[in-house]
Design a binder for this molecule. Structure first.
Ligand code: MLT
Length: 254
């Protein structure tokens, strides 16, 4: 794969933020203030956020990230992945563990798709082939935000919708196929050697409180943050609180 486009700002310990599906680094807008303390690296996944698309799997994205960071002279990072970005981060941890000094999942999980999950992905792919990708942002808005966010914060919802509209149809289809094919990586959360942070929203409709509990049980020593008024997008729904807990986690890593 070609190198990923990666924006770097600030200086200090390098921290990589991988966005989820079908989003872009714009979801991390409120985290840019951490650049006073850390070097922040924001990759853009192919075909999202205005980047060119080329075919990928979760593993080729992880490898492209490792190669791109190395080409920038960066050999060790704290890696954070949001949702699909978390799946890429887990693959990175399986394949390039020596490049990691810390690891975090943001509204993400280590499990493979269930059969219902896989068939939901196939349905989205079929529908895009029939009618194009315009409906995707409407479907995803309902999934990613807490119901209260949707009813009370139309500006934030519009912002997320505009971000999703930048994803190309090929990239949406490819992401669904890539996510569907990924393996279970829960054993990694158990055996990883570096500090692990788990950042959830209490009102996440896809990673429910019960699933969050299962993930935390895999790694009882993890730094755990559950923001009460967030769904799947804690970095946008409660940015101040998210940044405070993130800073707490990052500053604990040597
Ligand atoms: C994401 O938010 O990145 C995706 O919804 C994750 C998924 O579909 O599993």
């Amino acid at each position: 794969m070609n190198p990923l486009s990666i924006e770097a700002i600030g200086s200090g310990k390098p921290v990589v933020f991988i966005h989820g599906f079908p989003l872009s680094p714009a979801i991390w807008e409120n985290q840019r203030e951490l650049a006073t303390t850390y070097k922040l690296l924001f990759p853009t996944l192919p075909g999202m956020g205005g980047a060119g698309w080329e075919p990928f799997t979760i593993d080729t994205l992880a490898d492209a990230l490792a190669t791109s960071l190395t080409a920038m002279g960066i050999s060790r990072v704290i890696l954070l992945g949001h949702s699909m970005g978390g799946y890429i981060a887990l693959s990175f941890a399986a394949r390039h563990a020596s490049m990691l000094s810390g690891f975090g999942l943001v509204a993400s999980h280590p499990y493979a798709d269930s059969s219902e999950g896989k068939s939901g992905r196939l349905q989205m792919i079929e529908r895009i082939r029939q009618e194009g990708p315009d409906f995707v942002s409407d479907v995803m808005i309902q999934k990613i935000f807490a119901p209260q966010t949707i009813s009370s914060r139309p500006g934030l919802v519009d912002q997320a919708r505009a971000i999703m509209k930048t994803a190309k149809a090929e990239a949406i289809i490819n992401s669904q196929e890539a996510m569907s094919a990924r393996p279970d990586r829960s054993f990694l959360l158990v055996k990883m050697k570096m500090p692990v942070g788990l950042f959830f929203g209490a009102k996440d409709l896809s990673i429910t409180a019960a699933v969050q509990k299962d993930i935390s049980a895999l790694r009882p020593s993890a730094y755990l943050s559950v923001l009460p008024d967030s769904g799947h997008m804690p970095m946008m729904e409660q940015p101040q609180e998210f940044n405070a807990t993130l800073h707490d986690f990052l500053s604990s890593i040597q």
